[in-house]
Design a binder for this molecule. Sequence first.
Ligand code: PRP
Ligand code: URA
Length: 209
Amino acid sequence: MDGVTVIDHPLVQHKLTLMRKKETSTASFRRLLREISTLLCYEVTRDLDLTTTRIETPMREMDAPILEGKKLVFASILRAGNGLLEGMLDLVPAARVAHIGMYRDHDTLQPVEYYFKAPEDLANRLIIVVDPMLATANSATAAMEKLKERGAKNIRFLCLLAAPEGIQRFRAAHPDIPVFTASIDEGLNEKGYIMPGLGDAGDRMYGTK
Ligand code: PRP
Ligand code: URA
């Protein structure tokens, strides 16, 4: 599908299977999510532009590659986005961080926003929005609108699991934002959960119900 990348690296797929299993403990689920997020981060940043800087090795001077432009922004859709955020920051510790507090109302499946804090100069930075689950896409779509209102122009969305209907809705609303995911599952059930999915990501991460 145009604008959608499925990250099918064997380690990602293996760890995702462990996360899906219902008997996987909260501690293991969190550890796996952190591990998998470093692998996803590697893929979502693989085409970033480089420039060079003059450095001196113990042997001689050279022009060595470094990332070009302003520091990245990782934007986490709370709560579950934080599970991806931590591994991403392990790889890119200098990234700036935005937090978008949003939960889905269980009856309407509409997002309820409760918090937003982002760096000032979003217009000049690449923003990678992270949330493990893209189900109806209501949350992700609203998060993108919020970021765009604050000036964001260059955004990517990274998730772990996506429903085909969520991807379709997201891409229709935000055709300029590429989507990266480890899996496109079968679809949504009548309660808006991804099938076969992994259940409620936030609850599995934090041991809540
Ligand atoms: C989950 C998930 C997404 C959202 C996806 O969050 O982390 O943010 O649902 O569903 P959607 O695509 O249908 O909007 P949830 O609302 O459960 O909040 P939580 O992360 O605080 O548990
Ligand atoms: N949010 C989740 O955490 N899981 C789903 O399957 C759908 C939305």
